[in-house]
Design a protein around this ligand. Structure first.
Ligand code: MN
Length: 250
């Protein structure tokens, strides 16, 4: 017996990207990477010169109707309020054609590494994507000693993208971090595990001298985890959706 297979209506890529971007916002909030601030974006599937980012709103409150479309100059036709630091995303997408998603966070355990002379380095197999020594963006080199440390224009966004170079993560002195990846799931994974690696490295340094991954270990562990990170995404998404639908979540 054969049952005729009725094809489901094709879900547009935009719809799927919007849903994933909402999930990414929720995951990053529930994992403690974003609080009321910080943001996550994805390059539009339908136009590589466009990216999608929520309007000026706390990530935990973002739904599909809150997503705006931007060009690489950080401009949108949407009249609602925009994130001041949208130029972080615009300039990284401009500089890195292979990057499909960007997270900017004030990830709390990461920030200390942006203000001391100890570089954030990969100490564990889950964080092989980290640079051997994570670069730190010093905004004073672009805006002098009197700025509010925010990336408010294309010029400071480009300076940050220059410091990121071809790396996956850069820190922003006294502010936070940015991570760039070839997929939204990878960017979320990197944002979460940058925080976990920072905590682990800080804990280890309090105990004694720290051993870091070699360049070859970084490559090998990153290649392995690239095949496994969907498991984390599915769990984090399930948790975030459950908390959002629970009355206790308030
Ligand atoms: Mn910020």
């Amino acid at each position: 017996m054969h049952h005729e297979v009725i094809p489901e209506p094709a879900t547009s890529e935009l719809t799927s990207q919007l849903a994933d971007l909402v999930d990414a916002n929720q995951i990053l909030f529930h994992q403690g990477i974003l609080d009321a601030f910080g943001h996550v974006s994805v390059r539009a599937d339908y136009d590589s010169e466009k990216f999608l980012l929520a309007r000026n709103l706390a990530p935990a409150l973002v739904g599909e109707s809150d997503i705006q479309e931007f060009n690489l100059d950080g401009e949108t036709a949407d009249s609602r309020a925009v994130y001041l630091e949208r130029f972080i995303h615009a300039e990284i997408y401009r500089a890195r054609p292979e990057v499909m998603a960007v997270v900017h966070s004030h990830s709390p355990v990461v920030v200390p590494f942006s203000v001391v002379d100890v570089p954030l380095r990969p100490v564990m197999h889950m964080a092989g994507f980290l640079p051997q020594a994570t670069p730190v963006f010093e905004i004073r080199e672009t805006l002098g000693t009197g700025s509010d440390l925010l990336i408010r224009d294309a010029r400071s966004g480009k300076a940050l993208a220059d410091v990121l170079g071809s790396d996956s993560v850069a820190l922003m002195r006294g502010h936070g971090a940015v991570t760039a990846a070839g997929s939204l799931q990878a960017a979320v994974y990197q944002a979460v595990y940058t925080e976990i690696n920072a905590r682990t490295q800080a804990d280890a340094l309090r105990l004694g001298t720290c051993t870091y991954l070699t360049g070859e270990e970084r490559k090998a562990t990153a290649a392995t985890m690239a095949t496994q990170m969907g498991r984390a995404w599915n769990m984090w998404r399930t948790q975030a959706r459950a908390r959002n639908s629970s009355p206790a979540a308030g």
